[in-house]
Design a protein around this ligand. Structure first.
Ligand SMILES: NC(=O)c1ccc[n+]([C@@H]2O[C@H](COP(=O)([O-])OP(=O)(O)OC[C@H]3O[C@@H](n4cnc5c(N)ncnc54)[C@H](O)[C@@H]3O)[C@@H](O)[C@H]2O)c1
Length: 342
């Protein structure tokens, strides 16, 4: 079987995880990573992968830092069937023009607008719509969790409308000495916050409104949801609906998994790379159904949740797998994604 040649452009929080995940796939080959920086992160990358410099300035910086440079962005794109852009917000849209000119299929991440590709991707919801396209956008971490959970309720015929409050991590752990907030809570100035409308870029029929607040920690996001169901339902029916997503897992307060630091430690103990949790972790014993109203909360590992989605998006764009369930299964198996942690 011919493998898909994949390039990763932007080797940061998301890029390094995408590169590691691509390297695990039997039907993909990682041809190299691109970046503009020359710090410890890129030096580490150079120990494992071919490193390409995106700009002349970046090239000079890499050479100064004695990083072996395999070529420039054009060389990286020449070697690739598809490029996964993981550059910071807005740079992805600029890079998109270069990918188009080079005639290479591309994926951008959730920091970019829907219009950059005209398609927004979430594997369990709309994989088939991405098959054979030139480009797609894997929606953000929060949006991925929203689409994943609400699509599960929708598939079971239970979803009427959903209202969520998102507690967002302030910054990523590796750069918390540079960014972040302390001793404060910072609400997004507008309701709805952008995540609800963003979920509608994947599924325009979702009736969803979100509000969001930035909180002073770095481990994960935490969402609280109130859902009006289409009918009175039992807790078991709701659990079964969420269970239809292979990328949601239940956790319990009764196991002392009562805060995000404990769940992070669990992921580390399970041997997950970087302690990553690809699944949405829903508190089962907290979840409550009253008549046609459902209340629940879950954790989203912002650094990890979009990684399996990106792997599936690669298969969809290149058309190497036309069955979403088969792609999801391959990805889940390669990353050890499971619905029960303990
Ligand atoms: N961090 C998260 O939790 C998270 C979660 C989901 C989605 N995303 C999205 O993923 C994308 C990447 O975010 P991140 O957190 O990994 O960023 P990051 O800042 O950790 O990494 C970005 C990398 O891209 C490099 N870069 C800068 N300019 C570049 C260019 N022109 N071309 C190529 N590389 C360039 C940087 O040097 C850096 O190594 C964004 O769209 C973001 O919104 C981030």
């Amino acid at each position: 079987m011919k493998k898909i040649n994949v390039a990763v452009n932007g080797y940061g929080v998301i890029g390094k995880r995408v590169a590691e995940a691509v390297a695990l796939q039997k039907d993909m080959e990682l041809v190299g990573i691109g970046d503009v920086a020359a710090d410890w992160r890129i030096k580490t990358a150079a120990q494992k992968y071919a490193v390409f410099a995106n700009t002349e300035e970046g090239h000079r910086a890499m050479v100064n830092q004695k990083i072996e440079v395999a070529g420039d962005l054009n060389d990286l794109l020449d070697a690739a069937d598809v490029v996964v852009d993981c550059a910071p917000k807005k740079f992805g849209a600029q890079n998109a023009e270069k990918y188009r000119q080079a005639g290479v299929k591309f994926i951008v991440q959730g920091g970019e607008k829907h219009e950059t590709t005209g398609h927004s991707f979430s594997a369990e919801n709309n994989y088939t719509l991405a098959i054979g396209r030139d480009a797609t956008r894997v929606v953000s971490c929060n949006t991925t969790s929203i689409v994943r959970t609400l699509s599960a309720l929708k598939r079971a015929g239970l979803l009427n409308k959903a209202r969520g409050t998102l507690l967002r991590r302030a910054t990523d752990p590796w750069e918390s000495h540079k960014n972040g907030i302390m001793n404060t809570l910072v609400p997004e100035p507008e309701i709805p916050s952008h995540q609800g409308p963003d979920a509608q870029s994947v599924d325009p029929n979702l009736d969803v409104v979100t509000a969001a607040v930035k909180v002073p920690q770095t481990l994960s996001h935490l969402h609280y949801w109130t859902v009006q169901l289409t009918k009175e339902a039992s807790k078991d029916e709701v659990l079964e609906a969420f269970g239809s997503s292979t990328r949601t897992a239940f956790i319990n307060m009764s196991d002392d998994l009562s805060a995000n630091n404990a769940v992070k430690e669990l992921m580390l103990d399970l041997g997950r790379p970087h302690g990553d949790m690809y699944e949405v972790a829903i508190w089962k014993d907290m979840l409550k159904v009253e008549g046609d109203e459902l209340y629940y909360a879950y954790l989203v590992d912002n650094q990890a949740i979009v990684i399996p989605e990106t792997i599936d998006a690669i298969r969809a764009l290149t058309g190497i797998e036309s069955d979403p369930a088969k792609s999801i299964k391959k990805t889940n198996r390669s990353l050890g994604i499971r619905q029960r942690f303990i």
